[in-house]
Design a protein around this ligand. Structure first.
Ligand SMILES: [Zn+2]
Length: 302
């Protein structure tokens, strides 16, 4: 257990929440200097590794229960469109924590090579079957003399133990003019930081998420480790999902729980859905302009 801030090592931190997981009591601490919350298990490498070993953690994308419904916000497409301007025919790309390789499938024809790191054994086998060069080790244990132009960390940085050490090791694998693309949940999302929905807060903390970044804390972490960075947010959940959190104290339960707009099946459907669509677009834009979107995206370079 370590209550010191992983970014600034400040010891004057505050306990903000507690929960139990795998018979372990876990506490959430906050460093006000860094605007940062983290679990007190953040440097317990063995416990963190145990969360992912064998078949313990298999990430599958939150796909619509109704396959015919297109996602309004597609995380993969969003990441791809942000990264696309940095991809060239001679780019060597590494994705860490690539899950089933959906992003690699999208990007592989744009670049010279793609490789990946994944710890979940079923996913590793699937990736290798698809022909991907996949390392099944923590990057700290990876003994290869290679550098990459683009390194992708989508929904990964909040999972790694000893995040400062991880970022230091990562430099060895980044070309001097390369870029690291990071996507993490934004704790400064409007449900958490603005509306202060208590049920959302309880839903938000989980043992696999060791860190709860805000734009300020992610920037501080990256710059204190020698990276330059640009940050932006995206809004994944729709306005109707937020209405559900505000009034029902839980997320929207129809297909595309995180991302869809709920369109009632009534005669006014078209007219009404247009209003909802425009309202949702305006809501998303306003949140992102203020850095309150639920996903935080950073481009880091040396
Ligand atoms: Zn701190």
């Amino acid at each position: 257990m370590n209550i010191n801030c992983p970014i600034c090592q400040n010891e004057s931190t505050y306990k903000t929440f507690s929960f139990s997981s795998n018979k372990k009591n876990i506490n959430v601490y906050e460093c006000k200097q860094c605007d940062f919350e983290y679990l007190d298990i953040w440097d317990d490498t063995d416990f963190v590794k145990s969360l992912y070993s064998g078949n313990n953690y298999i990430f599958t994308h939150n796909i619509s229960k109704d396959e015919k419904v297109a996602l309004k916000f597609d995380e993969y497409k969003n990441n791809y469109s942000r990264i696309k301007p940095f991809l060239k025919k001679d780019t060597h790309l590494l994705e860490i924590g690539c899950g089933d390789g959906k992003f690699l499938d999208m990007v592989k024809n744009d670049v010279a090579s793609v490789e990946c790191i994944e710890l979940s054994l079923p996913q590793v086998l699937k990736l290798r079957n698809k022909g991907y060069k996949c390392y099944d080790l923590m990057i700290e244990d990876l003994k290869i003399e290679k550098k990459y132009d683009v390194i992708c960390l989508f929904a990964v940085l909040e999972h790694v133990a000893n995040v400062e050490n991880f970022l230091t090791v990562l430099k060895k694998f980044l070309n001097p003019d390369g870029n690291i693309f990071i996507e993490v949940p934004n704790r400064k999302n409007i449900l958490f930081s603005g509306f202060k929905v208590e049920s959302f807060r309880r839903f938000y903390y989980r043992d696999i998420h060791l860190y709860y970044f805000t734009p300020k804390s992610l920037k501080k972490l990256l710059t204190s480790n020698g990276y330059k960075c640009n940050l932006e947010t995206s809004q994944q959940a729709s306005i109707t999902n937020h209405f559900h959190w505000l009034h029902n104290k839980k997320g929207q339960e129809n297909a595309n729980v995180m991302t869809s707009i709920y369109i009632p099946n009534i005669d006014l459907e078209k007219q009404f859905s247009d209003v909802l669509e425009q309202t949702d677009n305006f809501y998303r834009k306003t949140l992102n302009d203020k850095g309150l979107g639920d996903l935080l995206f950073a481009r880091a370079s040396l």
